[in-house]
Design a protein around this ligand. Sequence first.
Ligand SMILES: [Cu+2]
Length: 114
Amino acid sequence: MKTKIKKSMFIVSVMTLFTTALKAQEPTVAELKVKTSAVCETCKETIEKALAFEKGVKKSNLNIDSKIVTVTYNPQKTTPEKIRLAISNAGYDADEVKANPKAFKKLPNCCKKE
Ligand SMILES: [Cu+2]
């Protein structure tokens, strides 16, 4: 009986060690590229600011020529879907996610794509 308890204790501690090791290996940094509908410097500012307030986002940089925003984020805290939604809620298209119409209406005229 005593050895049985010892054995199960051993198994539990091995499993704990194993899951701890697995957790440590999960990446905390990932990069995502999202095609947006940005057209000018103000768009760039609006999108980068919106992403700066988004949980799990470390940094973002929008290239106006390509309209692609590169986002560095923590995949344990956020997802590409949430990041696209944040861009949509700022008034811009994000890949297949269309801009939130209410947010789009509030954009300055120069930022409204046709
Ligand atoms: Cu703009």
